[in-house]
Design a protein around this ligand. Structure first.
Ligand SMILES: Cc1cc2nc3c(=O)[nH]c(=O)nc-3n(C[C@H](O)[C@H](O)[C@H](O)COP(=O)(O)OP(=O)(O)OC[C@H]3O[C@@H](n4cnc5c(N)ncnc54)[C@H](O)[C@@H]3O)c2cc1C
Length: 389
C-alpha cells in the first residue's frame, strides 16, 4: 500500500485525517485534543450528539474523577465548577469481616461529577469548533484506514480511534479481538438520601456480598445525598433485585454499618452488568482503541473514565512528540505507552475482587494485613491514590 501523503500544517505538523468512532466522553476529549493540534477530525456516533438535560436530583451515573482527569478537562475548557460537583478530601475503606481499614486524606483527592455533565461540557466545546459530528455507524475499517459507513459510502482516514465503549462492535468488525477478563457480576447504583452528612468522605466497605461504596454528592434541597455502587455476585444480585426499593435501602443501610445513618433511594436504583475485558492488542495498523473499548474494568476504585482520560493524555503527548508521524506510528506509540498501566489496573482490580470476596481464614488474614500495611505506609497509600487518577 502506498504511503499516504499528508498536508503540512503549522509548526511543521503533518495534518492528518482522524476519524473517531464513539462520541462518549473519551471520544469527545480525543476529538478536542486532535483538533487542537490542527488535524481534521470526524466523530461517528449512531446515538447522536445531544446534550442531556440535568434533573433536579443527581443522576445515578456519577464518576469519581482524579486531579489528572480534571486537569485535562480544564485544559479542554470542559471543567466549569458548579454546585453539582462535589469535592472529596478523604477516602475510607474498611473490611466488614475484620478490623482492617485504610484512610486517605488529601485536599485534592478528587471530585464526584455526573457522567452526563462531563459529556455535556465536552459536547459544548466540540460544537464550538470545526469538528464534524455524524450520527451514523460505521460497518468496518481496514488497518489502512479505509472506512465503510453504514450507507456503504467509503472514506479514508490516516488515524482511526475507537472509543465506542465496551461493546466494541466496530472494533471487532475491524479485526480487534476481545479478551474476556472474567469477574461477571452485577452492580446496583443509585442516588440515596442519607440521614448523616458525608463531610467530603468517600466510603467503601467490603461486605460479604461484595464492595459497597457510598460516595459523596452535593446536598439537594437541604438534604444529604450519597451515590451508591454495590458490586454483587450474580446469585445474590438476583435475590436482592426482587426487593422493593425500601427493603433494598434498608439492607444497604445495614451492610454499610449505618455509616451514613438510614438511607433511602430518591429515584429507582439501576442494575448494571459488570465484568473485566480488554483487547488482545490496542493498535492495528492505523487503528487505535482507547477508553472502555480497550479496557473494561470493575468499578472498584472508580477508575474506568480516569484510565480513559489517561489514554487521551497519552494521545496528546504522542501527537506533540511526533509531529511528523503517520497514523500507524501514533497508534503504536499510544498503545505501547498505555499497556502497562491498563494491565496493572485490571490485575489489581481482579485481585481486590478475589481477595475481598473470600471467606478463607488465610486470605482474610492477608486482607487485614494488606489494609493495615497500606494504612501505615504513606508511600503505598499514595501509589493507590495515583492509580485512582
Ligand atoms: C457502576 C459504574 C461506576 C463507575 N464509576 C466510575 C468512577 O467513579 N470513575 C471513573 O473514572 N469511571 C467510572 N466508571 C467507568 C466509566 O463509566 C467508563 O470508563 C466510561 O464511561 C468510559 O467512557 P467511554 O467514552 O470509553 O465509553 P462510553 O461512555 O461507553 O461511550 C461510548 C460511546 O460510543 C458510542 N457508540 C456505541 N456503539 C457505537 C458504534 N458502533 N459506533 C459509534 N459509536 C458507538 C455510544 O453511543 C457512546 O456515546 C464506572 C462504571 C460503572 C459501570
Amino acid at each position: 500500500m502506498a504511503e499516504k501523503k499528508n498536508q503540512r500544517g503549522r509548526n511543521g505538523y503533518h495534518l492528518l485525517k482522524i476519524v473517531i468512532i464513539g462520541g462518549g466522553s473519551i471520544g469527545l476529549a480525543s476529538a478536542l485534543v486532535c483538533k487542537r493540534v490542527g488535524h481534521s477530525v470526524t466523530v461517528f456516533d449512531p446515538a447522536g450528539f445531544e446534550s442531556k438535560r440535568a434533573a433536579i436530583e443527581m443522576d445515578s451515573r456519577v464518576w469519581a474523577l482524579g486531579p489528572q482527569s480534571q486537569s485535562l478537562l480544564e485544559d479542554l475548557g470542559a471543567w466549569n465548577p458548579n454546585d453539582r460537583i462535589c469535592a472529596y478530601q478523604s477516602m475510607r475503606v474498611i473490611d466488614a469481616r475484620s478490623d482492617a481499614r485504610v484512610t486517605f486524606t488529601d485536599p485534592t483527592l478528587g471530585h464526584m461529577v455526573e457522567a452526563d455533565w462531563v459529556r455535556n461540557q465536552l459536547l459544548r466545546e466540540v460544537s464550538g469548533i470545526d469538528i464534524q459530528c455524524i450520527q451514523r455507524s460505521v460497518q468496518a475499517i481496514t488497518p489502512y484506514g479505509l472506512i465503510t459507513v453504514d450507507d456503504d459510502t467509503m472514506i479514508e482516514a490516516d488515524l482511526v480511534i475507537f472509543a465506542e465503549g465496551r461493546a466494541a462492535t466496530t472494533a471487532v468488525a475491524s479485526g480487534f479481538e476481545i479478551v474476556d477478563g472474567g469477574y461477571h457480576q452485577r452492580a446496583v447504583i443509585g442516588t440515596l438520601h442519607s440521614q448523616r452528612p458525608h463531610y467530603g468522605e468517600a466510603f467503601q466497605i467490603f461486605t460479604e456480598h461484595g464492595p459497597l461504596a457510598l460516595l459523596p454528592l452535593p446536598d439537594c434541597r437541604g438534604q444529604h445525598r450519597v451515590s451508591l455502587v454495590w458490586s454483587l455476585g450474580k446469585p445474590i444480585a438476583d435475590d436482592l433485585q426482587e426487593n422493593p426499593n425500601k427493603i433494598l435501602a434498608s439492607l444497604i443501610t445495614q451492610n454499610s454499618e449505618f455509616e451514613r445513618g438510614h438511607l433511602r433511594f430518591v429515584g429507582d436504583p439501576v442494575w448494571i452488568p459488570l465484568s473485566q475485558q480488554s483487547l488482545r492488542q490496542d493498535a492495528l495498523g492505523c487503528l487505535l482503541a482507547i477508553g472502555d473499548t480497550s479496557h473494561g474494568i470493575l468499578p472498584l476504585a472508580g477508575l474506568g473514565a480516569n484510565l480513559g482520560f489517561a489514554d487521551v493524555l497519552a494521545l496528546r503527548a504522542t501527537l506533540e512528540r511526533y509531529p511528523k508521524a503517520g497514523g500507524d506510528r501514533i497508534a503504536r506509540s499510544v498503545a505501547r505507552e498505555r499497556c502497562v498501566d491498563q494491565r496493572t489496573v485490571a490485575l489489581v482490580m481482579g485481585l481486590f475482587s478475589d481477595v475481598f470476596r473470600s471467606d478463607q481464614p488465610l486470605i482474610q488474614l492477608g486482607r487485614s494485613l494488606a489494609l493495615r500495611t497500606a494504612n501505615r505506609y504513606p508511600m503505598i497509600r499514595s501509589l493507590i491514590q495515583e492509580m485512582a487518577g
